[in-house]
Design a protein around this ligand. Structure first.
Ligand SMILES: CC/C=C\C=C\CC(=O)SCCNC(=O)CCNC(=O)[C@H](O)C(C)(C)COP(=O)(O)OP(=O)(O)OC[C@H]1O[C@@H](n2cnc3c(N)ncnc32)[C@H](O)[C@@H]1OP(=O)(O)O
Length: 408
């Protein structure tokens, strides 16, 4: 929800209330929408401040809502209504203004932030794009190159950097809310049209086509099949070439394609699993109090146990006759699972690492974890090592002619 109060008899304060990060759930959107109506109707109110409870402006749309059917007032008309208000609206940014949270702030006429606050449009990391006007307002505010960088990477930046880019208007080391309220009282009567970002042209360099093509090529390469970063560039292209309303349509169309994609679901799943795992880490501290000390597992061990077990499975597949040769397995990994092409595939990679080393590592981990069957070295791997670790192209000669095609 969002609370409404009036300070100094004239400044309406709208406070987002949805701990821990004041995400824009249906109840929060409804609360903001109601509060906006109240400010419009109240003749005593001459300016408005929007803030978040407990020193956090807003962590964005409520990601937990994405899985179900969305209810409540939609974000885009709500932000448009705030921007269209004829009373100045100031966002008081403390803690975070991320995703839909920053988009809400971009719909306000001014943004005052605490120096340490973090702002950004991280939707791309969730397989999405900033679809509450962020892809259309941010480039109009700070120009195309900076907006491309922020939106295609999803990085969070400090308010002090956001000030340099022009995303926020002022920063303070003190209380951002108090500063925003004082600021809101001072600016009453100033023209608001230049502050409505949607009405501004999108500043872009003269070689804009070249820039967009170059960034698209870089983003495609970096994205390695991820759809969202490429869609972000498409939305920013629309911001440059289309009027705001048409740009918003393009933003919605691109978001529609991403929203239900398996990639968005996977990235949102990863977002919550990562947090679940860190909660388990805290449980580990709890266990330690009872004498259950978690074992430190070095990143190298995690990598080796995953990678060499996977490679070992490849040797077993060859041994069993489920694949004709190592090239078949490598092709499946490169084309089907996104294995980096420049590393050839798991079987080729095993050859590069050295088959003797792979065997030695598997024996080492199997000794430590005899209950894990995947770590038991494949007989084929042993045969290859005994034969002097021939090149991958020669492995077919070591496959039994009478292999069992057990799964065929
Ligand atoms: C038409 C569609 C229009 C608009 C679409 C907009 C898209 C978006 O806005 S997508 C969301 C964009 N926002 C983000 O990606 C921010 C995600 N959150 C974070 O990066 C961090 O949580 C943080 C805000 C920087 C806070 O970090 P920290 O203090 O380390 O706390 P956490 O452990 O990460 O989170 C605490 C708690 O909050 C939950 N949470 C965080 N953000 C959201 C969110 N946006 N929606 C729902 N829930 C959120 C997080 O899962 C944790 O919950 P637990 O229950 O404790 O796991």
């Amino acid at each position: 929800m969002a609370s409404y109060s009036v300070l100094h008899g004239s400044v309406a304060l709208i406070t987002l209330q949805n701990p821990p990060v004041n995400a824009l759930s249906a109840a929060v959107r409804a609360g903001i929408t109601d509060a906006v109506q109240r400010t419009l109707k109240d003749p005593q109110v001459t300016s408005v401040v929007i803030c978040g409870q407990n020193g956090r402006f807003c962590g964005g749309a409520d990601i937990r809502e994405f899985g179900g059917s969305m209810s409540g007032p939609p974000l885009v008309p709500m932000i448009n209504a705030i921007e269209a208000m004829d009373k100045p609206v100031v966002a008081a940014i403390e803690g975070v203004a991320l995703g839909g949270g920053l988009e809400l702030a971009l719909g306000c006429h001014y943004r005052i932030a605490h120096r340490q606050a973090l702002v950004g449009l991280p939707e791309v990391t969730l397989g999405l794009l900033p679809a509450a006007g962020g892809s259309q307002r941010l480039p109009r505010l700070i120009g195309l190159p900076a907006a491309l960088d922020l939106i295609t990477t999803g990085k969070h930046i400090l308010a002090s950097e956001a000030l340099k880019l022009g995303i926020v208007d002022q920063v303070t080391d003190g209380n951002a809310l108090n500063m925003a309220v004082e600021f809101a009282r001072r600016i009453v009567g100033k023209p608001l049209d230049p502050r409505r970002i949607s009405t501004l042209p999108c500043p872009s360099p003269p070689d804009v086509d070249f820039l967009l093509d170059r960034v698209l090529a870089q983003v495609r390469k970096r994205a390695r099949g991820a759809l969202a970063p490429v869609a972000c560039v498409g939305a920013l292209r629309a911001a440059v070439f289309l009027p705001f309303a048409q740009g918003m349509e393009k933003e919605r169309e691109l978001m529609g394609a991403l929203f239900d994609s398996g990639q968005a679901r996977a990235l949102q799943y990863a977002f919550f699993s990562q947090r679940l795992v860190s909660q388990l880490e805290n449980h580990c501290c709890y266990w330690a109090r009872y004498g259950l000390v978690p074992r430190h597992i070095a990143p190298e061990e995690i990598l080796e146990r995953c990678l060499y077990a996977l490679t070992n499975e490849g040797f077993n597949i060859l041994q069993d006759g489920m694949a004709a040769g190592p090239e078949d397995i490598d092709a499946i990994y490169v084309f089907g699972y996104g294995w980096p092409r420049h590393r050839g595939g798991p079987m080729f990679h095993a050859g590069q690492v050295g088959l003797a080393r792979v065997l030695e590592k598997l024996e080492h981990y199997q000794h430590k974890h005899p209950d894990v069957p995947y770590l038991k070295p494949s007989p084929l791997l042993r045969r290859l090592v005994a034969a002097g670790s021939p090149a991958v192209q020669k492995w077919r000669e070591f496959l039994n002619k009478d292999r069992v095609h057990s799964q065929l």
